[in-house]
Design a protein around this ligand. Sequence first.
Ligand code: APR
Length: 189
Amino acid sequence: MIEGLRALFGGRILVEVGDITDFRGDAIVNAANSGLLGGGGVDGAIHRAAGNELLEACRRLRAGTLREGLPPGQAVMTPGYALAVKAVIHAVGPIWMDGKSGERKTLRAAYENSLAIAAEAGFRDIAFPAISTGVYGYPKKLAAVDSHAAVLGFLSRSALPERAHLVFFARTDAKIFLDALAEAGVGPP
Ligand code: APR
């Protein structure tokens, strides 16, 4: 069950809490690694919920166009299989180093490229996890500002997708996100 906490940007950015594999919309973004063959965190949850066909589809990508894997900042789409969505958009976020190794640019690119794929596919509702804020160690408050800027910037220029759902697994993470935006003077108080 995914619970709505806050609507931003006229309801086009929705802050929610729950398990992203419960999302019922057009696409779920996966916080993948460059290898694209599954892992832990939300990547593991999505692969478990989608079933083995998702892994097979990723293996085909690695055997075909993505022999070297998917570079950080890039995104690629597969069907959603057993998930209640049409597609999974696998996006590779940056591993946080020191904030001076291009991580911020790469995180924005991961969001923007996922949104571009969704817009191109004509999707209306897409759900994002908080990319890079788990195993990859991206500071959560900075990720809030950077991910919000990337999503807001893209949606300001594009009618599709209609809504970006930012789905946090932990309620505390959603609170960190909203507090960070408030501190940065972004979005409604
Ligand atoms: N639904 C929504 N969000 C989730 C879920 C879930 N079921 N499970 C985890 N998350 C959240 C985490 O709490 C975190 O806020 O997703 C965010 C991203 O954390 P990770 O999944 O660790 O992803 P990331 O930090 O981008 O690291 C990616 O970790 O799991 C491996 O294979 C993955 O190598 C890749 C790396």
